[in-house]
Design a protein around this ligand. Structure first.
Ligand code: SF4
Length: 433
C-alpha cells in the first residue's frame, strides 16, 4: 500500500510518524495532508532513508542535485558532494549523472547517503539509446520503461518524469515562435526531439497509467517534470510553459486517484513579479499538490552568483507556497559544480526556505531569539541560533575585538553596548526581555 492509499484509509504509517518529527506537526496532520494530495513523503519500499514530508503547512525543504557530466566523470567526487550536501542541511538529494556507468554510480550514491534520493530517468534512457543505437531518437518504449523500473528497484524515492510534454505543448511552442532562451531541460529537450523526429506522442503521457503503476509498486513519488520550464526570465509564464503546467496539474490529480504520491515541478527563470502568479496557478490547478521549484532565478545576468539570484526567487516562491526548493550553485550555467559550490548552493537555498517560511508558516521565533541574543551581546547564544553558527564563529574569531563583548565592526563605538544600560530598567519591568 502506498502512503496516499494508507492515508486515505485513515492509517498513520511509520513513515508519517517519522516525517512529522522535526515539523511542528502531528503524524495525524501529515496523514491528512497526504490523504488530500497536499503533501508527499519521498519513499521506497526497498530502501530506508531519512524521512521528510513535503507540502502544505510543512517546513519548506531544500534539494541538492549532484551527478557526473559527459566531460567530468569522478564518482568519488560525486559521493563527496552528496555527503557535503547532506552535512550542509539538504533535505533531499537528486542523483543526475549522465556520464559513466549510471547504474553503478546511482547504487554508490544511494549506499553513501541517508537522504531520500531522486532521479530523472530520461537521462539514462536517452544515454542508453545513444549507446545501443547511436541515435537518441531510436529510444524504444521498452527501454524507457525498463529504466524507470530499474531506478525504482535500486531505491529511488522520487522521480522527475516528463509526462506533461505532449503534442499540445509542442504546438504552443511552435505557435509562439519558439523562445528567447530555448529549451533548457535536458530530459525535456531530448523528449521534444524524439517526438518531432518520430512524429509520435510522448509515451510517458500516452501511457501515464504504466508510469504510475511502476512508481506505485515502490511507493516512489512521481514528480511531474518541467521539460518546458523557462530558461530565461523573458520566457517566464509563456504559453508553452503554462500549457505544460496545466497538463501536469491534470496528471497530478489523475495519479493521486490511481493511488500514487504526486508532485508538480516548476521553473526555472522568473522575474520577481511573476513568482506569486506561477505558484498560485500551480496550487489552484492541482488542488494544492506539492510544488517543487528549481530556483527560480530572478535575473539572467548573475552567472558566478546564480545561487543568490535563485535564492531571491526561492524565498518568494516559498513565501507563496512552494514546498521544495532545488538549490542552484555558483557554477550554474558555467561548469559542473564542485564540493564548495554544492555547500554554497545548499546554504543559499536554506536561507531562502527559512525566509519564505517566516511568512508562510509564521515561523519567526528563532529570529526573535537571535534579536535578543544580539541585543544582549550573547555571542555563544548567537552561534547556537544561527543557521551557520560555525561560519559565524570562525569569522568573529578571525578578527577578534579588544572589548570582548563587542565585535570589530564598531569596536568601542558598539551601539548596543553603549545604550543597553539605559534600558535595563524597562526590561526588568517586563519589556521585550
Ligand atoms: S560592535 Fe557594532 S556590529 Fe558589533 S555587536 Fe556592537 S553594534 Fe553590533
Amino acid at each position: 500500500m502506498t502512503q496516499i492509499e494508507a492515508a486515505i484509509k485513515g492509517i498513520i504509517t511509520k513513515e508519517m510518524e517519522g516525517a512529522a518529527t522535526g515539523e511542528n506537526r502531528t503524524a495525524e496532520y501529515v496523514r491528512q495532508m497526504v490523504a488530500e494530495g497536499k503533501a508527499v513523503i519521498p519513499n521506497n519500499t526497498g530502501r530506508k532513508a531519512r524521512l521528510v514530508a513535503i507540502g502544505a503547512g510543512l517546513r519548506t525543504k531544500v534539494n541538492a542535485s549532484i551527478g557526473t557530466s559527459s566531460d567530468i566523470i569522478d564518482v568519488k567526487a560525486e559521493v563527496e558532494k552528496a555527503l557535503a550536501a547532506e552535512k550542509a542541511g539538504a533535505d533531499t538529494l537528486m542523483e543526475l549523472s549522465v556520464g559513466g556507468d549510471l547504474d553503478a554510480i546511482r547504487k554508490e550514491v544511494l549506499a553513501a547517503t541517508s537522504l531520500s534520493v531522486g532521479s530523472v530517468p530520461l537521462y539514462q534512457a536517452f544515454k542508453e539509446a545513444i549507446e545501443r543505437y547511436h541515435d537518441p531518437n531510436k529510444l524504444t518504449e521498452e527501454l524507457l520503461f525498463d529504466v524507470l523500473e530499474r531506478q525504482c528497484s535500486d531505491g529511488i524515492s522520487f522521480m522527475a518524469v516528463h509526462c506533461g510534454i505532449n503534442r499540445l505543448t509542442i504546438e504552443r511552442l511552435n505557435r509562439q515562435g519558439y523562445r528567447y532562451g530555448g529549451l533548457v531541460s535536458r530530459g525535456g529537450s531530448y523528449m521534444v526531439g524524439w517526438m518531432l523526429r518520430n512524429n509520435r506522442e510522448n509515451p510517458l503521457y500516452e501511457k501515464f497509467d504504466k508510469v504510475v503503476g511502476i512508481l506505485k509498486k515502490y511507493d516512489c513519488v512521481l514528480s511531474l517534470g518541467n521539460g518546458l520550464r523557462a530558461g530565461a526570465v523573458h520566457d517566464s509564464l509563456d504559453r508553452a510553459q503554462v500549457q505544460e503546467l496545466l497538463i501536469n496539474c491534470e496528471l497530478a490529480e489523475a495519479g493521486q486517484e490511481m493511488g500514487c504520491q504526486m508532485m508538480c515541478e516548476g521553473p526555472g527563470h522568473l522575474p520577481l513579479d511573476d513568482i506569486e502568479a506561477n505558484v498560485k496557478l500551480q496550487k489552484r490547478m492541482s488542488n494544492d499538490a506539492p510544488f517543487y521549484v528549481l530556483g527560480p532565478l530572478t535575473t539572467d545576468i548573475a552567472a558566478g552568483y546564480d545561487h543568490i539570484s535563485a535564492a531571491i526567487g526561492a524565498a518568494e516562491a516559498a513565501r507563496y507556497g512552494a514546498d521544495l526548493i532545488c538549490y542552484v550553485t555558483p557554477a550554474e550555467h558555467l561548469a559542473l559544480p564542485n564540493r564548495d559550490d554544492v555547500v554554497e548552493g545548499v546554504r543559499a537555498a536554506r536561507i531562502a526556505a527559512h525566509a519564505g517560511d517566516m511568512v508562510k508558516l509564521k515561523s519567526g521565533s528563532r529570529d526573535m531569539a537571535m534579536a535578543k541574543a544580539r541585543r544582549d551581546l550573547k555571542w555563544d547564544e548567537q552561534q547556537r541560533l544561527g543557521l551557520f553558527g560555525e561560519k559565524a564563529a570562525e569569522i568573529r574569531a578571525s578578527r577578534a575585538p579588544e572589548e570582548p563583548d563587542t565585535c570589530t565592526l564598531c569596536g568601542s563605538f558598539c551601539a548596543l553596548d553603549n545604550v543597553n544600560a539605559y534600558f535595563r530598567e524597562s526590561l526588568r519591568g517586563g519589556g521585550k526581555a
